[in-house]
Design a protein around this ligand. Structure first.
Ligand code: SF4
Length: 117
């Protein structure tokens, strides 16, 4: 049995996932909890948010995030890749900062804009 707290809404249901019984989920109040519990037990993913350096901008940092969840076990390596990025101003929301992060098929995109200095 694995136990998780569902993060899909503020209620925070305490989920139990029975790996020996086809990953049956209990403790949920809605179907989002079933989906979340199964995913956490089988292949947990996380959306990574961070900042990257921008050269020639009005401020030195621009916020970024992965366009979708990446495998949880790649988060630390992803942060190292993100920390290597240097963008050049101007930056607009949705610019690709890293294409195909760690061969996940997921891009890192900007979530704020940066005008040139
Ligand atoms: S199971 Fe449903 S109600 Fe409970 S925390 Fe998850 S999303 Fe919210």
């Amino acid at each position: 049995m694995k136990k998780f707290i569902c993060i899909m809404c503020p209620k925070g249901c305490h989920l139990t996932v029975d790996e020996a019984n086809d990953y049956q989920v209990s403790g949920h109040s809605c179907n989002k909890g079933v989906k979340y519990g199964k995913a956490e037990a089988t292949h947990p993913v996380r959306v990574v948010t961070s900042t990257v350096l921008v050269e020639g901008g009005k401020t030195p940092l621009c916020s970024v995030k992965t366009a979708d969840g990446i495998p949880k076990n790649l988060v630390l390596e992803a942060m190292k890749e993100i920390n290597r990025v240097r963008l050049q101003a101007p930056v607009t929301i949705g610019d690709v900062a890293i294409k195909n992060l760690l061969n996940t098929g997921i891009d890192v995109v900007t979530t704020s804009e940066m005008k040139s200095a």
